[in-house]
Design a protein around this ligand. Structure first.
Ligand code: PLP
Length: 324
């Protein structure tokens, strides 16, 4: 198993959502609190960054480059992780300088990351140019793509599957389904691998957050690529197909980051039932999908369901009153 660089507080808690379970009477609902990983307001990227930062340091790099949307949680967490490890952080961020910083972009700025705006798209040459520029200035850059979704990053979630398995064993709690948001695929790939490696007995239900473009191969194909690399690295006998990586779709029609009544309802429901805050882009969409499946009777009566909260709190402060 690869070494990691400690950045968060693990294991994150698993607990029952008692009030919510009372509302959905036929099911018991639990939550895994990766919103509480502790790194600059937490989130699932902490787990990936423990492995990515280790790899950057093992390669003798002194600078980390990553990319994302303006409200990227991954960028914010990478900026914080670099500070812990004493590395420089450069972020390639979509769009242009908004002048006024909110949510994650505000926090990435406060954390001291160097932010480069790329316009509408982040192109491979944006990465190449920045790497070349930094090398010329005497830096040794390490690049990790959007969401940190390489096999190295996914290793954080391979280990998260072991963590959950141990918690469920200690609680004597069988879980039938685990719902979580899947977007760049590292979380899903890691959980799929970890489930196979450690024998975590539960159905994984990854919820699609970003609808793929017509011609695109889709997220399942990128997840399969990481899973196949991991299968080899971990010496797993089991093989995987696109069928094993199927996302729960139908909740992503509005597009990435576009707020609909679904996300607003989900945020209010969990906030008011349990005092737990979701984020408008990822966890609210996935949480809505879970409650919708339950409401429509699509989940076996009597099931124990676990929602994996992947974090994202700061984005709420960007969306502001639109959430109300
Ligand atoms: C990045 C992110 C996800 C999605 O994880 P991937 O590994 O990119 O699929 C889910 N929730 C939040 C809050 C995130 O920041």
């Amino acid at each position: 198993m690869k070494n990691k660089y400690s950045l968060g507080f693990f294991p994150t808690p698993v607990h029952a959502l008692k009030n919510l379970s009372r509302e959905f009477r036929d099911h018991q609902i639990y939550i895994k609190r990766d919103d509480q990983t502790g790194l600059a307001s937490g989130g699932n990227k902490t787990r990936k960054l423990e492995y990515l930062i280790r790899e950057a340091m093992d390669q003798g790099c002194d600078t980390v480059i990553t990319a994302g949307a303006q409200q990227s949680n991954h960028c914010r967490q990478t900026a914080a992780a670099c500070n812990v490890a004493g590395l420089e952080c450069h972020l390639l961020v979509r769009g242009s300088d908004p002048g006024e910083y909110t949510g994650n972009l505000l926090l990435s700025t406060l954390l001291g990351a160097h932010i480069h705006y790329t316009g509408d798209d982040i192109l491979p040459e944006d990465v190449e140019n920045l790497c070349a520029q930094l090398r010329e200035a005497g830096c040794r850059p390490y690049y990790t793509p959007i969401g940190g979704s390489t096999l190295t990053g996914a290793m954080g979630f391979v280990e998260a599957a072991r963590e959950l398995k141990e918690q469920l064993q200690a609680m004597d709690l069988p879980i039938d389904q685990v719902y979580f948001a899947s977007c760049s695929g590292g979380t899903q790939a890691g959980l799929v691998l970890g489930k196979a490696l450690y024998g975590l007995e539960t159905e994984l239900v990854p919820v699609s957050i970003e609808k793929p473009e017509m011609e695109e191969a889709g997220l399942e194909a990128s997840v399969l690529e990481i899973v196949n690399q991991g299968r080899e690295a971990l010496d797993l006998k089991q093989s995987f197909s696109l069928q094993d990586l199927k996302l729960l779709g139908g909740y992503d029609d509005a597009g990435y980051g576009v707020l609909t009544q679904n996300e607003k309802d989900a945020i209010q429901m969990l906030a008011r039932a349990e005092g737990i805050l979701l984020d408008p882009v990822y966890s609210a969409r996935a949480f809505f999908a879970m409650t919708d499946q339950l409401s429509k009777g699509l989940v076996k009566t009597g099931s124990n369901i676990l929602f994996w909260h992947t974090g994202g709190l700061p984005a709420n402060f960007h969306y502001g009153n639109a959430l109300l």
